[in-house]
Design a protein around this ligand. Structure first.
Ligand code: AMP
Length: 226
């Protein structure tokens, strides 16, 4: 099962992605997480990417596209993958499509979480990351997933914030990129939506991201019929 996952920052993609990863036993490939891992490990890729990430800009395609295409060639992707955070602009979508077609690999499902921009922004600012697992949901502004004091509600681990989550200008920039239907992330989603309509083999599913985590998961599972 090969899945592309779209949604603005703050829409709960990470949380729902963790569920899909379990259900289908596929790797959850998050471009942002790969960059963050490289930054914490002090790699050359990490140091190149950091300046862009801190400003809320996209890391240049020359760095990002090969990084993801290489990742998709690893052994654990042979039975499928869930790609989250890539493609993020039209060019990345075209390059991904070309590369998959060359390799004879089809996208099976495209998921798009729909969420109002202002709601997404508040959710980002309230987000807290568990040091043990990025996908343990904790958000100080959402009752259902409020942390236990300053500890993770799932495992009790310490919590931290992402530096690019507390900077309003950086959040606005990230959302400008996401909601741009001409060249940005929605353009890349619609590029694949166009293929889904034309080629008929890809299923395009939209989810309402407004309710709580449980409701979004229920809609996800019912639309996937699993
Ligand atoms: P995320 O965790 O998805 O919010 O990504 C964090 C940051 O990593 C983004 O704001 C970008 O700076 C960078 N990034 C993640 N994915 C991509 C991508 N597909 N293309 C370029 N930059 C990316």
């Amino acid at each position: 099962m090969n899945i592309l996952f779209f949604g603005p920052n703050g829409s709960g993609k990470g949380t729902q992605g963790a569920i899909l990863k379990e259900k289908f036993t596929i790797p959850h490939i998050e471009s942002g997480a790969i960059f963050r891992e490289n930054i914490s490990n002090g790699t050359e890729l990490g140091s190149k990417a950091k300046q862009y990430i801190d400003r809320g800009d996209l890391v240049p395609d020359e760095i990002t596209i090969p990084m993801i295409l290489d990742r998709l060639q690893r052994d654990d992707c042979k039975t499928g993958w869930l790609l989250d955070g890539f493609p993020r602009n039209k060019n990345q979508a075209v390059k991904l499509d070309e590369s998959l077609k060359e390799a004879g690999i089809a996208v099976n499902i495209i998921l798009e979480i729909l969420l109002d921009r202002e709601v997404a922004k508040n959710r980002i600012m309230g987000r807290r990351l568990c040091v043990n697992d990025n996908n343990h949901p904790n958000n100080i502004f959402i009752d259902a997933i409020k942390p236990n004091g300053d500890k993770c509600r799932v495992c009790g681990g310490d919590l931290k914030t992402r530096s690019d989550d507390q900077d309003e200008d950086a959040i606005n920039k990230r959302h400008d990129i996401f909601y741009n239907t001409e060249t940005g992330t929605l353009a890349s989603a619609y590029y694949f939506k166009g293929l889904a309509e034309k080629e008929g083999i890809i299923k395009y599913i939209t989810l309402d991201g407004t309710p709580g985590v449980k409701e979004v998961t229920a809609e996800l599972l019912s639309k996937l019929k699993i």
